[in-house]
Design a protein around this ligand. Structure first.
Ligand code: ATP
Ligand code: MG
Length: 446
């Protein structure tokens, strides 16, 4: 490479974010909380590949959804010509896997998944091209009870996370027949109001008119609010199902409001649809969307299997957790080990392993003996590491068979170093760190 040429840095893909160490603990806290809530309802994890055959989504989601129309990362496998897609969501994958492995052979299944999803959208706050979802899918359950259970699971999750102001919106979009009758009237209504439709709505008028109800265009709100309501088209069975969901929610004091304009982006939804919404995130206020998708398993060639699920947008929840301003679990090690000289380095390795055996987190200062840094500069690293204790081993310590131990976080007590024989270091640190934990550990929320 020519000397004058500046080497250009490679930067990440637009709309795909790095989650940096400073934020990782909040992700971890969220993931741990969700996992324990899911477990407490008997959900089992399933992990499916990030790449799927494109047909899985074109068939499963429907040709006229935003995702299939314009958001999929699809490509041809250069090796064999296969048409592949980075998954834009995970419900289709879970259903494919359940069918492929006959997971519901012995009865209904409660499943959950987590991971990155990919949609080629315009990146903005709360909307990215790689984003993360954690979702649950309950396969083989026909009644309104599982719909209510999924909703209550979400409520428990918000409570456990200490998140407030996430409200539940509920609707029923009936079955295909009911939707078709409504659709005919809806299209007529929109046609008589054609002058009020924006370009997006005109495009959807005959392909996916239900989605027009979802419009965020302020100029269309009044017109859309007065449109024929799907709820008025529901037959007895759909009504009873919807009533059943509401009854359980009311009985368990879960507040909700019925939003007759609530639809879902995917074609495969029927009956119950719900969204958890907050006002704290600007335009992208939906943190979780879900509902029933009874037709999907059959669409994929399986036996009729009713199903219901939801997906949480993790980035949006993490933003809420950050805004709530709670103190995170500590993100630092317990002990930092400083050393100088070849013998001291070897001793430091042995000691650090022993301290780890006792369950503490240890960062060992790394530098080759020839480039060894001064204790002063090592101590700067120790302070920056957030460790509670520094263990110092130099030639003097080696000669005396002891380590010098210094408390780094305690301000009020004596900051003097103590000398502890190598054999006693582990016990000393364990006792001190446990004491620290009892007094100073700050817990998120609890
Ligand atoms: P929208 O109408 O906002 O595009 P959607 O109907 O496409 O939402 P779903 O497919 O139901 O959303 O996804 C479930 C949840 O995943 C959303 O409620 C949101 O929290 C999150 N989500 C969806 N797309 C994105 C994205 N591009 N970036 C970040 N989070 C997303
Ligand atoms: Mg979308």
């Amino acid at each position: 490479m020519s000397e004058n040429k500046k080497i250009e840095k490679i930067v990440g893909v637009k709309g795909m974010n790095d989650i940096l160490p400073i934020d990782a603990p909040i992700w971890e806290l969220f993931e741990n909380t969700v996992q324990s809530v899911l477990k407490s309802y008997g959900f089992q994890q399933i992990r499916t590949p990030i790449v799927e055959p494109t047909a899985l989504f074109t068939r499963g989601l429907g040709d006229v959804t935003d995702i299939v129309e314009k958001e999929m990362y699809s490509f041809t496998d250069a090796m064999n010509g296969d048409q592949l897609t980075l998954r834009p969501e995970c419900t289709a994958s879970v259903v494919r896997a359940a069918l492929e492995h006959n997971l519901t052979y012995d009865g209904p299944k409660r499943l959950w998944y987590a991971g990155p999803m990919f949609r080629h959208e315009k990146p903005q706050r709360g909307r990215y091209r790689q984003f993360h979802q954690i979702g649950a899918e309950a396969l083989g359950f026909v009644g309104p009870d599982i719909d209510a259970e999924l909703i209550m699971l979400c409520q428990r999750l918000w409570d456990d996370l200490g998140l407030q102001g996430i409200r539940l919106e509920l609707n029923s979009i009936g079955n295909t027949d009911e939707r078709n009758k409504h659709r005919a009237d809806l299209v007529t209504y929109f046609e008589t109001n054609a002058d009020l439709l924006d370009a997006d709505a005109q495009r959807r008028l005959h392909s996916n008119p239900l989605r027009i109800l979802d419009t965020k265009n302020p100029a269309m709100q009044a017109m859309v609010n007065a449109a024929p309501k799907l709820l008025d088209y529901l037959g007895a069975d759909s009504c009873a199902h919807f009533e059943g969901v509401q009854k359980i929610l009311r009985h368990n004091s879960i507040p909700f409001s019925i939003n007759t304009r609530l639809v879902r982006g995917m074609d495969y939804y029927n009956r119950t649809v719900f969204e958890w919404v907050t006002d704290q995130l600007g335009a992208q206020g939906t943190v979780c969307g879900g509902g029933r998708y009874d037709p999907l398993v059959e669409i994929f060639g399986g036996k009729p299997t009713p199903a219901c699920g939801f997906a949480i947008g993790v980035e949006r929840i993490v933003e809420l957790m950050k805004a709530a301003g709670d103190i995170l679990p500590p993100n630092h090690c317990d002990v930092y080990i400083l050393h100088q000289g070849e013998d001291a380095q070897l001793q430091a390795f042995v000691l650090s392993e022993r301290i780890r055996d006792a369950g503490l987190d240890v960062v060992l200062h790394c530098a080759s003996a020839s480039t060894a840094s001064s204790f002063k500069s090592q101590m700067k690293r120790a302070d920056a590491s957030g460790a509670a204790f520094a263990v110092i081993i130099g030639q003097d310590e080696m000669d005396g068979g002891v380590a010098a131990i210094k408390a780094l976080r305690k301000v009020e007590t004596d900051q003097q170093q103590v000398s502890v024989t190598f054999d006693a270091v582990v016990d000393y640190l364990v006792e001190q760190v446990v004491g620290e934990d009892e007094h100073e550990h700050i817990h998120y929320h609890h």
